[in-house]
Design a protein around this ligand. Structure first.
Ligand code: SF4
Length: 179
């Protein structure tokens, strides 16, 4: 398992993540109040994707699955913004983060078998999600977001020894894998 740990963080750096930090998965706190924000409608994806609540099941079931893993790796993509209203910069960094994390999750699933990837935001693999009318088109590639699992991203950053926010003129996207 020690070798797998080294490979995963090396893989993350090879893929291009700007920051990566390991953490103790046993110290994660799964919070219903964080999950409740999904239903608040801020991202408009609640009840509209196989990767989001309620399709991914209750927090307690996700926590039970997560408790089967002892290690975690947090990865971050840092984007540079021209100003606070640089929507194109925010979008581009988010897309790049999804591309990187999709590659990491795919390779981690192949290399480790059992692992639990948790990303940033809802799945956007398809232009239009099939939820709820038809089964997911790519169930082997889908993962929930950290928030949907009840994780406060800032807390996980602290556990991993990484900054949640990297300063003015930047935007940071985070995701993690338990293994
Ligand atoms: S892969 Fe497609 S169908 Fe499955 S959750 Fe993502 S967008 Fe929806």
């Amino acid at each position: 398992m020690g070798g797998a740990r080294v490979e995963l963080i090396t893989l993350a750096r090879d893929i291009g993540f700007d920051f990566a930090g390991r953490f103790d998965a046993g110290r994660l706190e799964f919070r219903e109040d964080v999950r409740a924000m999904c239903a608040g409608g801020r991202c408009q994806r609640y009840g509209r994707s196989w990767s989001c609540p309620p399709a991914i099941g209750p927090v307690e079931a996700l926590e039970a699955k997560a408790r089967g893993f002892s290690r975690g790796l947090l990865v971050q993509t840092l984007g540079a913004l021209e100003d606070d209203f640089d929507a194109e910069g925010i979008r581009a960094a988010g897309e790049e983060h999804k591309r990187r994390f999709g590659a990491l999750a795919r390779q981690a699933r192949l290399a480790l078998g059992g692992c639990l990837p948790m990303g940033a935001g809802s799945c956007t693999l398809c232009v239009r999600c099939t939820y709820p009318a038809r089964p997911c088109r790519h169930p082997e590639r889908v993962y929930p977001s950290m928030e949907a699992c009840g994780l406060l991203v800032a807390d996980v950053c602290r556990l991993a020894g990484l900054d949640y926010y990297h300063g003015p003129g930047t935007i940071t996207y985070s995701a993690c894998i338990l293994y």
